[in-house]
Write a protein that binds this ligand. Sequence first.
Ligand code: GDP
Ligand code: MG
Length: 431
Amino acid sequence: MPREAYEVVHDVEERALLVGIDRPRTDGWTLEDDLAELERLVDTAGAVVAGAVTQRMERPNPRTFVGSGKAAEIEALARELSATVIVFDDELSPSQQANLEELLTDIRIIDRTQLILDIFAAHAVSHEGKLQVELARLEYVLPRLRGMWGHLVAERLGGGRGARFGAGESQLETDRRLTRRRISELKRELKGVSRARETQRASRARSGVFRVALVGYTNAGKSTLLNALTDAGVLVQDQLFATLDATTRRLDLPDGRAVTLTDTVGFINKLPHGLVEAFKSTLDEVREADLLLHVVDASHPNADAQIQSVKVVLDEIEAAENPQVIAYNKTDLLPSAEVARLAALPGAVAIAAAAGTGLDTLLERIAVIAAREDRPLTVLVPYDRGDLVRLAHEQTHIIAEEHTGTGTRLTLAANAEVRARFEPFVEEGGA
Ligand SMILES: Nc1nc2c(ncn2[C@@H]2O[C@H](COP(=O)(O)OP(=O)(O)O)[C@@H](O)[C@H]2O)c(=O)[nH]1
Ligand SMILES: [Mg+2]
């Protein structure tokens, strides 16, 4: 559905020329990895990759990102390949963008950040998701308004930049003012929208329900796993960022306990900071989770670097310290020796979510962790409190259950929040 809207924009085939620089780095990624991923992003956005240009540099040129000689080369190649857009693999500063637009006339220039923002915009489904994406886009656009306007002026006046400086400046101020106003409107509206969810989340926290959040690199198989474990029916696609909204479902563990499982937006290397900010309320689900289920596409050649990138984002949203289980997914694509090696890693489980392999082991692992804070308790629940008996069955491990003349006597193991709810019915000496 959102794809359709997007295709209207791209009914003329977009042909992209990718540009990346090869510089010394320590994050486990190579330029080839980056460009392969950029190609997938371009593909997800509905465009075709016409070619790629790279340059080896110690650091990006502060004026034009690549060297100025390289820029001329890029322009020539773009014409030769009939490229309609040039995509830079890193975020360009507003002035780099403006300078490049001046050098590479007649061809659109975007960077990785804008490409990701476009994909998010096309995939946002919920009202909240759409607001979050619009906010991130405007935050991105705001510092770039000068460059964009300058470009327009230059175009209209045939390069005579500054000739109508006064007029341009006041238009720019208007644009900035309107953009800022819309940004504060969006922030206000988002606060309202996320309040409903915060209320839900707070009540889940109070009820003592153990909360599990799926995290992982985009396309790792998070949504597939949620669907395999519950009846969520969320969108699964071999695309980057197919799902942005948080979906929470009840998950029944083998020991009879019910927990919640939340699927949310995936991460990517160089995830735009503005997006993390804008998706803060969605990502709160991750930060507040009792357990993170980190889903990894173990068949991906860059699996290790992807794990590192996920850790960087978890750090940014202050969730790096939450308990974690790593689920190495897509093991159906790996040789069995490799699967055995992964399964033996500390805190890891090997699964194939699509085929349902390894899910029993995964659930048992979750159950063990969910039970870590459990302490035993014996309570006598009166017959008019069926709600508490139901709670016991859903949220605790029941050790013994007996029907007496005055109520149901339960011996159960539960965490502190749940134990608090049984407080009035604790039997003498039974705690
Ligand atoms: N071979 C294989 N493919 C899988 C497995 N799990 C998921 N996939 C595929 O990986 C792609 C991304 O899955 P999705 O659940 O949308 O990933 P998400 O972005 O992490 O939510 C889809 O094409 C899935 O069919 C698996 O266990 N094995
Ligand atoms: Mg998904």
